[in-house]
Design a protein around this ligand. Structure first.
Ligand code: SAM
Length: 231
């Protein structure tokens, strides 16, 4: 477990500067649409306090803050300082989230402190996913939602062979050339393939304590938005 944490932290630190560019390139820009939809599902309320968990370079934090006119608070939480710093450098205008460096398996906040939480392409990277989900559940207020946006391996069977080729061959190659760390993009493909199918992830959300759990497939099932409510 500790080995995975160290490995993941180092990989993200090494690709931090190229992360956003590669995301857009490798997803042909579709990730932006997915993120917008994930934020819509969070149903942000004026005056609310929101957690962007495994926030990385802040794309979701910024999308939440852009979406609202009324004052809200967004906390961007990640254990990789380099990712947060890159995000801050790229998004230095407009409303800013608060950045906190910390481990998602042991969140440094009190119980019942957030009106909602979102995690984009992050939960899959946790060494202990169940622990991370329980921690997010703990810090959410009763009635609040968790939105998880992540890749899936339950893909439309017609698309699957092409997608698999892209994931296993093209992405590590292109990601490796551009970021200089092929291992990071090989890891990305492996982590997507070993991520639970939507039904399996639903069980994890229920186990962590969430109710009203459902999911929304995106783009032939390449990604899913999972929703769970506390209480
Ligand atoms: C693929 S990036 C996602 C970044 C961003 N949320 C997005 O939508 O693009 C995954 C992030 O999860 C973070 N992460 C992985 N394990 C973590 C942990 N145990 N605690 C906190 N952050 C973690 C990594 O540092 C990385 O920034």
């Amino acid at each position: 477990m500790e080995n995975k944490k160290k490995f993941v932290k180092e990989k993200f630190a090494s690709i931090a500067e190229k992360y956003d560019f590669l995301n857009t390139l490798l997803s042909f820009g579709i990730d932006r649409r997915w993120r917008r939809k994930a934020v819509e599902n969070l149903c942000v309320q004026p005056g609310g306090n929101y957690l962007d968990f495994c926030a990385g370079t802040l794309p979701l934090s910024v999308a939440i803050l852009k979406n609202v006119r009324d004052p809200i608070k967004v906390v961007s939480y990640d254990f990789c300082r380099e990712m947060l710093v890159c995000g801050r450098q790229k998004h230095s205008k407009g409303n800013q989230p608060e950045l906190i460096v910390g481990d998602g398996e042991k969140i440094s906040f009190k119980d019942n402190s957030y009106d909602g939480a979102i995690v984009g392409f992050g939960i899959r990277n946790l060494a202990n996913m169940d622990k991370g989900l329980s921690e997010v559940f703990r810090v959410l207020k009763s009635g609040s939602k968790l939105i998880v946006l992540d890749f899936s391996n339950k893909i439309n069977p017609i698309i699957k062979p092409f997608y698999q080729f892209y994931l296993e061959k093209v992405m590590p190659l292109m990601g490796g050339i551009i970021s200089g760390d092929r291992g990071a993009y090989r890891y990305l493909a492996d982590s997507i393939e070993s991520f639970p199918k939507p039904e399996g992830f639903k069980k994890k959300l229920l186990k962590a304590g969430f109710n009203h759990v459902y999911c929304i497939p995106l783009t032939f099932g390449i990604a899913y938005i999972h929703v769970g409510t506390k209480g």
